[in-house]
Design a protein around this ligand. Structure first.
Ligand code: NAP
Length: 246
């Protein structure tokens, strides 16, 4: 059985690793090719877009793929739509593997926003020194906020416009709670903006914000295509693949 794992996440790498010695399953992992020095999954890897849902459909057929696991980031909505459409057209089983979203805990002060634009709209009313931890995409939504200072943290420099007052911090997680505490204090942060990506690797910022009583603008995940099956852990995705194989 030949599997396409759409990746770019830790979960996708864990799944590819666990499928290495799985009898009867051959994996090809796919990365978009956005990050300059990606962490590569184990086994066969291809890099770059497919050319939309139609291109992906052709690719699935040419590569004789039997099932698709979409383990892309929960905010990578376009590839998730394309994968659902292409798999349906090819009548292939498809599973979405998205890590569990974070939940607000006692002591948290979260303001949820449906989109980046909504987040930009509320942020100026909450503070003047904002820690923007949304990755390199979408920073332009905050570009018009001239009265706010931003600490922008991303793995690679953001694409598109940036706010005039900012510091760019290029860093790749995981980060410890102590590192996040220090950063909030040193940069005198009074608001944190995050996507609800979920996962342990970048959760420390939420703990540090809770301790410091700093409000968090939490951007909700984009909706999934209708009817797709979703699991939250690589182990459950592995069980699904074994069931498909048998
Ligand atoms: P997106 O907006 O959903 O996708 C845009 C286009 O990028 C897709 O139409 C597709 O191009 C290509 N693409 C995306 N993921 C791909 C993959 N795994 N393999 C091959 N092509 C892919 O995606 P995005 O938000 O730009 O994210 C790009 C990648 O970065 C994803 O793999 C995702 O897992 C990872 N990532 C995203 C975020 C985030 O916050 N969005 C955070 C961390 C990691 P074609 O139409 O040409 O096929």
């Amino acid at each position: 059985m030949r599997i396409l794992v759409l990746g770019g996440t830790r979960e996708a790498r864990v799944l590819a690793e666990s499928l290495r010695n799985e009898p009867g399953i051959q994996v090809i992992s796919s990365l978009a090719g956005r990050v300059r020095e990606p962490v590569l999954p184990a086994g066969e890897v291809r890099i770059g877009g497919f050319g939309g849902a139609d291109g992906l459909q052709d690719w699935l057929s040419e590569n004789r793929i039997d099932a698709v696991v979409d383990a892309t980031h929960p905010f990578a909505a376009q590839i998730t739509r394309n994968a659902a459409q292409a798999a349906a057209a090819q009548r292939l089983p498809i599973l979405v593997l998205h890590r569990r979203p974070w939940q607000a805990a006692p002591g948290d002060h979260w303001i949820t926003a449906a989109t980046l634009a909504d987040a930009a709209h509320v942020v100026a009313g909450l503070g003047s020194r904002v820690f923007l931890t949304i990755g390199r995409q979408g920073v332009d939504a905050f570009a018009g906020l001239d009265d706010v200072w931003f600490l922008i943290r991303a793995i690679d420099p953001p694409t598109g416009a940036r706010p005039v007052n900012h510091e760019l911090l290029l860093a790749r997680g995981p980060f410890t709670v102590q590192q996040e505490r220090d950063l909030l204090r040193q940069r005198r942060i009074d608001v944190l903006v995050s996507k609800n990506s979920g996962g342990a690797l970048t959760e420390a910022k939420l703990v540090a914000a809770r301790e410091a009583g700093i409000p968090v603008v939490m951007i909700e995940r984009p909706p999934l295509p209708d009817g797709v099956e979703v699991v939250h852990t690589p182990a459950t995705a592995l069980e699904w693949l074994r069931a498909v194989r048998s």
